[in-house]
Design a protein around this ligand. Structure first.
Ligand code: 5AD
Ligand code: SF4
Length: 477
């Protein structure tokens, strides 16, 4: 495959660097003259993988496409543009994406004008982009996480100049305010408070794919929250790779507790946030969560491992003991709080004993929910070149054992809800049964419940009849 001089390819060495130079901020989004109306009578489909940051980026992509006159489609059949917004966190995400791109080949054969674009975290990875360029000719547009605002120009070059466009900046981009947004939900909304991450946990690809930490200005965030409230949104989730570090990159006086409190004072009914790192979770944050009824009593507190030596090698900057101390502080100070976590098993050279430390911590904490993963070596990260004699069979067995244990505790926790009346924010009909509604409690428990003529976006009192491992059953009262 011949590289073209106008292609900008990802560069891991560049992505690894951090500079102190201030991040440019723009509050104007300008559509180039030639790109205006290019989407008239045309449709698009977006496929999104991964975390909430990607979901939110897809809403921006959709907003930009809408502003060019395109119409959103819920199916990839017969559309003019397909964008695949990818995730790079683990290897199996790569495989799923390549499978989907392979499936879209049929659509490209039927319509050679179809634009298939790939963006998101995987397009920041050198090997992935090389693979796409050499083996997937149906992909005519590849752009990175720092190039979203250039979509109109890139799309114009693909559609009208018939170029294959590759534009992936490795250095973190600017902070753009006021990019158009097409929110996919009518009740719940995502609000970015910061981009990127500077923690560099040794297993994690995010600091490379999303660049250095860039916080948004507090007044911009609060304006967005106010606007969402006026539009009738009932719940917002403040998003960042590590929300506890909010503001530190722009003003030493800024902090997440103040932001959370200011958001609470807007009066929007429900506020959540994700993700918080146990390392810099402040007492002030705990106080704000405890003090404001509209800050939900739910904390996602990724553990990763219950063994201090593994945590050290992960670069997590806390120990088993300090995690437990924080865990109990949160439990003690926030009544009725629920706590979920992320755990990686099979980190390079994790011994049986070290894994047992994770099990014993899970047995002690009895998390409400756990997201568990087998370590996946991400090219370019320090952990990917650590010696790892532990075979996959052992890792799979550890994962199965861990899952069995946390499932038991989750069931136990959910059974304790039986007979209680909880407030549920209604999402709509349950995915499985359209006589049953579904929604979430303040503690982030999924509730499926029976009732009559209930509108999505309303708050309902529900009596819990059954607690299951992953959800609660109930009836509206
Ligand atoms: N392998 C396995 N799991 C990972 N995570 C992040 N990077 C990796 C990796 N290389 C998990 C962590 C993180 C969650 C979002 O994904 O548990 O908290
Ligand atoms: Fe990855 Fe660690 Fe940053 Fe989370 S805090 S995104 S795990 S580097």
């Amino acid at each position: 495959m011949k590289l073209r001089p106008d292609w900008i390819l990802p560069d891991l060495n560049e992505a690894r660097k951090r500079s102190n130079s201030p991040v440019p901020r723009f509050d104007q989004f300008v559509i180039p003259e030639e790109a205006k109306w290019m989407g008239q009578n045309k449709t698009y489909y977006i496929s999104t993988y991964g975390c909430q940051a990607n979901e939110r980026d897809s809403e921006t992509l959709a907003g930009i496409l809408d502003s060019l006159g395109f119409t959103k489609s819920e199916s990839p059949e017969h559309v003019d543009v397909i964008l695949i917004n990818t995730c790079a966190i683990r290897q199996n995400a790569t495989e799923k994406v390549l499978g989907e791109i392979g499936n879209f080949k049929r659509l490209y054969r039927e319509n050679e004008d179809l634009v298939i674009g790939v963006c998101g975290c995987m397009s920041q990875e050198e090997g992935f982009v090389e693979n796409l360029l050499s083996k997937y000719p149906q992909v005519r547009l590849i752009f990175g996480t720092h190039n979203i605002q250039d979509l109109p120009t890139m799309l114009y070059e693909v559609m009208h100049e018939h170029k294959r466009v590759v534009k992936i900046y490795s250095k973190e981009g600017e902070v753009y305010e006021n990019l158009p947004v097409h929110r996919f939900g009518k009740t719940k909304a995502w609000v970015n408070i910061m981009y990127g991450c500077d923690k560099f946990c040794t297993y994690c690809i995010v600091p490379y794919t999303r660049g250095k930490q860039r916080s948004r200005q507090m007044h911009e965030i609060l304006n967005e929250v106010q606007e969402l409230k006026q539009q009738g949104y009932k719940e917002i989730t403040l998003l960042g790779q590590n929300v506890n570090a909010y503001g530190k990159d722009i003003d030493p006086n800024l902090n997440f507790a103040d932001l959370l409190e200011a958001c609470a004072k807007t009066g929007i009914p429900r506020i959540r946030f994700t993700t918080s790192h146990p390392w810099d979770f402040s007492d002030d944050m705990i106080d704000v969560i405890a003090r404001y009824d509209n800050v939900m009593p739910f904390v996602h507190l990724p553990l990763q491992s219950g063994d201090s030596e593994i945590l050290r090698r992960m670069g997590r900057r806390y120990t088993r003991e300090s995690y437990l101390e924080l865990f109990y502080k949160i439990k003690d100070r926030i009544p009725n709080v629920s706590i979920s976590t992320d755990i990686i098993v099979g980190f390079p050279n994790e011994s049986d004993e070290q894994f047992e430390n994770t099990i014993s911590l899970v047995e002690e904490c009895k998390f409400d929910n756990c997201y568990t993963f087998i370590f996946s070596a991400r090219p370019g990260t320090p952990a990917s070149i650590m010696d790892d004699p532990i075979d996959m069979d052992t890792k799979s067995k550890r994962l199965a054992r861990l899952n069995k244990i946390w499932n038991q505790y989750a069931l136990e926790k959910n059974r304790a809800y039986e007979g209680r009346v909880v407030t549920v924010l209604v999402d709509g009909f349950s995915k499985k049964d359209n006589h049953v509604y579904s929604g979430y409690t303040d503690t982030n428990k999924l509730v499926n419940f029976t009732g009559h003529n209930i509108e999505p976006g309303t708050f309902v009192q529900v009596r819990i009849t059954k607690g299951k491992t992953f959800s609660l059953d109930g009836e509206a009262i």
